[in-house]
Design a protein around this ligand. Structure first.
Ligand code: MCA
Ligand code: AMP
Length: 513
């Protein structure tokens, strides 16, 4: 086998016989991941020596095929563009057009939406299982056979791009966040150092694999250390409790909604299974929550049930991980602790200078793990930085227990189930419905989802159309973006200049809750 000199492979080369991945009940050794990803790389190269940062869209559920394809794209010199399984065809088409890839890798599970979207963009597609893993019935031993005449894989400079990960912003359409191999390595090393992740760890990953949380923290970081990762194809609380009960899992990472669901699922289990499950969760070395604020009540309930603390941390797609409570459980509820190694954080006060301890400000971040640019958006990239510091748009205050997140500067950014959603993107889709003459989308606090996407609409015609509106949005955007709550109003609150007053729209929902 040839070595493509990427540091993320070092642990794989050093631990060939160890289990790297557990998926679908099958254990995969590091040497098997290396062998299959090498085949993937040669398939993608088709005789070329280097993909030279060509983008390859990866639209596959978490599992062996996803990981082999991810490694293969990197080893061939390509940029991985992971897209969400939840996107319907129009949204996928728009993301694929934006990424401008040379190939879309679909999977039997994603073909229905992936193929029409790729074809609408005129981009070739391939089935990651049939084409790269061999037709049904192909034996693993064939895939793992040496490729004696294969040319060497390219050497990849760390300054080259590794990922484009899409995230929503205040400007409507999602933006592609471009991260280099060097930045990804810094993100991984920073997480591994802060949480002391070693090859003896076993991480249970039930996160979607199109976000930094699922990809960098819960997949690449453990694989980089030579640890093993069990990936689940989707979040299923019962399957998670089973994995925790049956396997020697040491680390679990999730968004707050997942902990709410896990606690609820435990409540409906038979008594004996409940005891085993709670006992296994208490056996975890590390339980991490991030991507949204962890309610103190959820943390307390988890602690009561399992006897173990949830460690809360804070991060962004553009920066990787930024702040964390100590992994020994010494964090204080409502706080997200202090900066990760090699990450610099400061609070910009409303007056413009640096905020003093106890004074509110906007979080700014600097460090080697930051993204390089928003894909093909130079103006938005420039606007995101102030004197070399990235402006997160999140407000916080710093005290003796570290940072406490207070909320976001923009009312147009909503976090629901750990997913960042742009109110403007949803409003644009709602406005295209023939019954909608005006609308305002806001996030309303919710115990399960953090915030629930909610829409106030002005409609033409007599009959209410809210079920129809939800279907309309789901035809165009991922289901989690479709407002769950609607309010039909005669007009929306606006100031004398005609500007929409979103805080008043939120109040309308809160008054009717
Ligand atoms: C799904 N539904 C929702 C939401 N999501 N309704 C309201 N709000 C939502 N957020 C609806 C669906 O439309 C569907 O309705 C029904 O609920 C079930 O949908 P399903 O997709 O099956 O839900 P789920 O699988 O239970 O998903 C919940 C989830 C998921 C597991 C919490 O949202 C999730 O995986 N979240 C994690 C996201 C994440 O990894 N974020 C990290 C990004 P219907 O039946 O009517 O169709 S942030 C990041 O990476 C930074 C770096 C960081 O700090 O971590
Ligand atoms: P994303 O753009 O999807 O990467 O989401 C990043 C955003 O998630 C941040 O800007 C915060 O608003 C939010 N976030 C992440 N972690 C936390 C946390 N622990 N508490 C509150 N908000 C968080």
């Amino acid at each position: 086998m040839s070595d493509s000199h990427l540091p993320f492979l070092n642990a794989a080369w050093a631990n060939p016989g160890r289990i790297g991945l557990v998926s679908g009940g099958a254990n995969t050794r590091y040497c098997d991941l290396l062998a299959v990803s090498e085949r993937v790389a040669h398939y993608l190269l088709r005789g070329r020596s280097d993909l030279r940062e060509a983008r390859i869209v990866l639209l596959a559920p978490p599992g062996f095929a996803y990981v082999a394809a991810h490694w293969g794209i990197w080893r061939a010199g390509g940029v991985v563009v992971p897209l969400a399984l939840a996107h319907p065809v129009p949204e996928l088409t728009s993301l694929i057009a934006d990424a401008d890839p040379e190939l879309v890798l679909v999977h039997p599970y994603t073909e229905r939406q992936g193929i029409p979207a790729a074809e609408a963009c005129g981009v070739p597609w391939a089935d990651v299982v049939d084409t790269l893993m061999g037709p049904p019935g192909t034996r693993l031993s064939d895939l793992l056979a040496p490729m004696p005449n294969a040319p060497p894989l390219p050497a990849i400079a760390e300054s080259r791009d590794a990922h484009i990960i899409y995230t929503s912003g205040t400007t409507g359409k999602p933006k592609g966040v471009v991260t280099t191999h060097a930045a990804t390595r810094h993100q991984v090393e920073s997480v591994a150092r802060a949480w002391k992740i070693t090859r003896d760890d076993r991480v249970l990953n039930a996160l979607p694999l199109h976000h930094v949380h699922g990809i960098v923290n819960a997949l690449l970081c453990p694989l980089w250390q030579g640890a093993s990762v069990e990936v689940l194809p989707r979040f299923d609380p019962v399957a998670i409790w089973e994995s925790l009960s049956n396997l020697r899992v040491t680390i679990f990472m999730g968004v707050p909604t997942m902990y709410v669901r896990l606690i609820r699922a435990l409540g409906s289990m038979p008594y004996q299974r409940k005891e085993v499950a709670a006992w296994s969760a208490g056996d975890l070395r590390l339980t991490i929550s991030g991507s949204d604020a962890l309610p103190a009540s959820v943390r307390e309930r988890w602690q009561r049930i399992t006897g173990k603390d949830i460690v809360e941390r804070y991060g962004l797609t553009e920066t990787g991980m930024v702040l964390t409570n100590p992994p020994n459980g010494a964090g204080v509820a409502g706080h997200v602790g202090n900066p990760f190694p090699s990450v610099q954080v400061r609070l910009r006060s409303d007056g413009g200078g640096e905020a003093r301890p106890g004074e509110e400000g906007c979080i700014e971040v600097r460090g080697p793990g930051l993204f390089r640019e928003y894909w093909r958006r130079p103006e938005e990239t420039a606007a995101a930085f102030r004197d070399g510091w990235f402006d997160t748009g999140d407000r916080a205050v710093r005290g003796e227990h570290g940072y406490r997140i207070l909320g976001r500067e923009s009312v147009d950014i909503i976090k629901t189930g750990g997913e960042k959603v742009s109110a403007l993107e949803i409003e644009n889709v709602l406005r295209q419905h023939y019954r909608v003459t005006d609308c305002a989308v806001v996030g309303i606090p919710d115990d399960e989802w953090g915030e629930q996407v909610s829409a106030a609409v002005v409609l033409t015609g007599e009959e209410p159309a809210t079920a129809e509106l939800r279907q309309w949005v789901k035809r165009h955007l991922a289901g989690y973006k479709a407002p769950a709550r609607y309010m039909v109003v005669d007009e929306l609150p606006r100031n004398s200049m005609g500007k929409l007053l979103k805080s008043q729209v939120r109040d309308l929902f809160l008054q009717t809750a």
